[in-house]
Design a protein around this ligand. Structure first.
Ligand code: ATP
Ligand code: MG
Length: 440
């Protein structure tokens, strides 16, 4: 991508409305724009990061055996009347009427709809287990939307829903998502700790919130500090192994970890003082097992091996991609801007032409840009006629992991400079060496 033809509206000034660093940096880097309170456009740079986050989420959902579909944002109120949640949900639900005066709503979550899909076609235990997910916008009319897309009214959620014949089978489905979440957050460059959580309006019995430790987090959390170094399940994890997944779950729940709603002071005080971590955190994922809470009122049942009908045991599993992007920034930035983990960086490499219009600089940059693009890298080429200082500041701000800098003096020697955004380390090398480093 040539920056001269791209749309990346950088802000020079610090936006006054932003209270936390991720919100400030997302606005300054031109990633998002607020359209009305708590409702955002994702501008091209932000959209790239969001897409990469979603690709990792999708990959790990698929690995764990979940199946993607897409459900609409607008739902009929009737479904929610069946479960009893239409009245129970309160003011966070955006209620709308269509031209026939039929009550509709903008979905805050999809338990009812997915249960309806399930009951319309699944009739036998032989079709279980089943886990259906989508990545879709949600709307919750939050009383206090704030911190940009960290807590917005319209936001994206990956929500998965599992269906099983028995409680035991449903716990295995729960453990699959539990392990998939550990892997997902790790691939996003984050350390998320599963904490015992309250089940809230979704209702249910077993629930964990995945929390990233950050000073600006809205949740108050308490946990054993060893979680920070626990091993993440590997990519060859066998998701069909009941014992294997139970062992992962048992390990990751063996030490104390709870949010303030579930906090047990006495149990926490039993943790040796030096091992206690009492901190603030950002909830990036939340999983629930809620048994037959929706299947009973909505009549979602299957025939079991005993020939009888059984209400299915369900769970739901949410991750917030539009919250994850700022959460990653909270965890990874410095005074100059964002430092993207390579897995979600909007571009892999930025090529900085320090003197656009200078033939040697232009030729060198074009050569590098073409070679790296051809090798499948996402390259941003800063070919604008801004001053070099402005270009450096922009490259640091948008946090692309590698900068290849071409200035007249180095180029005259057939060389460029390669800078690592995270460490700041710079290396001068031949043009060929710079290309080979990233093509290999
Ligand atoms: P919170 O406690 O932060 O309000 P929640 O518990 O209501 O969130 P869930 O119903 O558990 O949220 O939703 C699953 C995930 O969706 C959350 O873990 C979070 O990542 C994301 N999410 C929820 N509400 C928002 C929001 N207003 N803005 C952005 N992401 C959100
Ligand atoms: Mg939650």
């Amino acid at each position: 991508m040539r920056l001269s033809r791209y749309f990346m509206p950088i802000l020079k000034e610090n936006p006054k409305e932003a209270e936390i660093v991720s919100h400030r940096l997302m606005l300054r880097a031109g990633m998002i724009r607020q359209q009305s309170q708590g409702i955002y456009s994702w501008l091209p740079l932000g959209k790239r990061v969001l897409d990469k986050v979603n690709a990792i989420i999708r990959d790990e959902q698929n690995r764990a055996g979940a199946i993607e579909l897409s459900m609409p944002t607008l739902q009929s109120a009737e479904l929610w009347q069946e479960s009893g949640r239409y009245d129970a949900y309160g003011k966070e639900m955006l209620r709308i009427k269509d031209r026939q005066d039929r009550p509709m709503l903008y979905g805050p979550t999809n338990e009812e709809m997915v249960t309806d899909i399930f009951r319309s076609s699944v009739k036998s235990y032989k079709d279980l287990p089943l886990n259906l997910y989508h990545i879709q916008l949600k709307f919750r009319d939050e009383i206090r939307p704030r911190f940009g897309t960290m807590r917005s009214r319209e936001f994206m959620m990956k929500d998965a829903y599992s269906f099983d014949l028995t409680r035991e089978a449903a716990e295995h489905s729960y453990n699959k998502m539990f392990a998939a979440y550990l892997r997902t957050f790790d691939r996003l460059g984050l350390r998320a700790i599963p904490m015992r959580a309250d089940t809230g309006p979704i209702g249910g019995k077993l629930s964990h919130e995945f929390i990233i430790l950050a000073d600006t987090g809205e949740s108050e959390v308490f946990c054993h500090k060893d979680f920070v170094d626990f091993d993440i399940p590997g990519e060859h994890t066998d998701f069909d192994s009941v014992e294997g997944l139970q062992a992962i779950f048992d390990k990751w729940t063996s030490l104390y970890a709870a949010t303030s709603e579930m906090h047990d002071e006495a149990a926490f005080n039993a943790v040796p003082e030096g091992d206690r971590l009492s901190a603030r955190g950002i909830e990036v994922g939340h999983i629930f097992y809620f048994g037959t809470k929706y299947s009973e009122p909505m009549g979602a049942k299957v025939q079991g091996p005993d020939g009888k009908e059984h209400f299915v045991h369900m769970g739901s599993y949410g991750i917030g991609p539009t919250r994850l992007v700022p959460a990653i920034i909270e965890a990874s930035h410095d005074d100059s801007g964002i430092i993207w983990p390579a897995s979600v960086a909007p571009f892999d490499i930025v090529v900085i032409n320090m003197k656009a219009g200078d033939q040697a600089c232009d030729d060198t940059c074009e050569l590098i840009y073409a070679a790296l693009s051809k090798a499948g890298k996402d390259v941003l080429y800063d070919d604008t006629d801004d001053r070099a200082g402005t270009k450096f500041a922009t490259a640091d701000l948008i946090g692309v992991p590698v900068q290849i800098i071409a200035g007249p003096r180095a180029v005259a020697n057939g060389e460029v400079e390669v800078k690592d955004r995270k460490t700041g380390a710079r290396e001068t090398m031949t043009i060929e060496a710079a290309i080979n480093r990233f093509v290999a």
